[in-house]
Design a protein around this ligand. Structure first.
Ligand SMILES: *Cc1c(COP(=O)(O)O)cnc(C)c1O
Length: 314
């Protein structure tokens, strides 16, 4: 359902930071992102519990992971997406033999339709708010532990907080509850940063960042709860910085990722002057290269031009 991904030290990032930066390259998953882990695990459990079909309303990496898991498990999959979903995304999901239904102008409408389409024989796969997902995502930290790396800090991106909850679970079950997690978002998709600051779950009125995979208007409750039990630092970067992070991975490591992932690369620079001494002093940094199939080099170039302050936009 997922593969053990490479754990590679980035000389380029390490040199720049004066720390060892280890990349857990989830972009190498067959579905292009870490979602294969948690969603694969959840789908396997739901099948065991008798589910005859998997239903998703994600046109992004979550929907693709559900489609992939369904094909692997021999269970039919329905993915309901809004009209705004790209042809490329629909094509990728269709390639996994899932049924793609286009419904509604926004994700909310597609999601309502998907939920209404569910019968008692179906399992609905939430993209981030499900303990089964977190259990599956946690396997990436088991692999890091088995490889013999003890991180002093983990840097990862936050959308709805599923990856965050999964990594926190992985750290906990490997005895690393005290290892700080740096939770990265982009401006305009910063529901976690705002909720932490307010100490309550806030809902963003709209998502204005290009990092659509981080575009959950509010995070899951567990993402806020775990910040009370263990060290979590929050960093928000601009879209422009996130795209620069993508280009850094492309140039140095020949890996194409979404801005949702480039954001974490961009956030590394903030560690040197973090408020928390444990982040400033951290030697071994584990960077989760969460990946994402929703972009291309052409698209990255267009974003770079569009977010360049020296470029006039018409
Ligand atoms: C889903 C996803 C995220 C955000 O994960 P959450 O579990 O929603 O926090 C970040 N990057 C990529 C590439 C994703 O697919």
């Amino acid at each position: 359902m997922y593969i053990e991904t490479p754990l590679v030290e980035s000389r380029a990032l390490s040199e720049r930071l004066g720390k060892s930066v280890w990349m857990k390259i989830e972009a190498m998953q067959p579905t292009g992102s870490f979602k294969a882990r948690g969603i694969g695990h959840a789908c396997a459990v739901y099948k065991e519990r008798g589910a005859r079909r998997f239903v998703s309303s994600s046109g992004g990496n979550a929907g693709l992971a559900v489609a992939y898991a369904g094909r692997k498990l021999g269970v039919p999959v329905l993915v309901v997406v809004p009209e705004t979903t790209s042809e490329r995304a629909k094509h990728l999901i269709g390639m996994e033999d899932a049924e793609v239904v286009v419904h509604g102008k926004s994700w909310d409408e597609a999601n309502r339709f998907a939920l209404a389409s569910c019968t008692s024989a179906d399992a609905f796969l939430h993209p981030f708010d499900d303990p089964l997902l977190w259990e599956g995502h946690a396997t990436m930290i088991d692999e890091v532990a088995r490889a013999g790396l003890e991180p002093d800090a983990v840097v990862l991106s936050v959308g709805g907080g599923g990856l965050l909850c999964g990594v926190a679970e992985g750290l906990r079950r490997n005895g690393w509850e005290d290892v700080p997690i740096v939770a990265v978002e982009t401006e305009g998709a910063d529901s976690y940063a705002r909720s932490l600051a307010a100490d309550e779950r806030l809902e963003l009125p709209a998502i204005t960042s290009i990092a659509t995979s981080l575009g959950a208007r509010s995070v899951c409750a567990e993402a806020l709860a775990l910040a009370k039990r263990r060290p979590v630092a929050s960093i928000v970067v601009s879209d422009r910085q996130a795209v620069a992070g993508c280009f850094e991975l492309l140039t140095e490591h020949r890996i194409v990722v979404e801005p949702a992932c480039g954001a974490s690369v961009a956030a590394l620079d903030a560690l040197a002057h973090a408020q928390e001494a444990e982040l400033r002093d951290a030697r071994n940094i584990l960077l989760i290269v969460c990946g994402g199939v929703g972009t291309s080099v052409d698209q990255l170039n267009r974003w770079r031009a569009a977010t360049d302050p020296n470029t006039e936009t018409a």
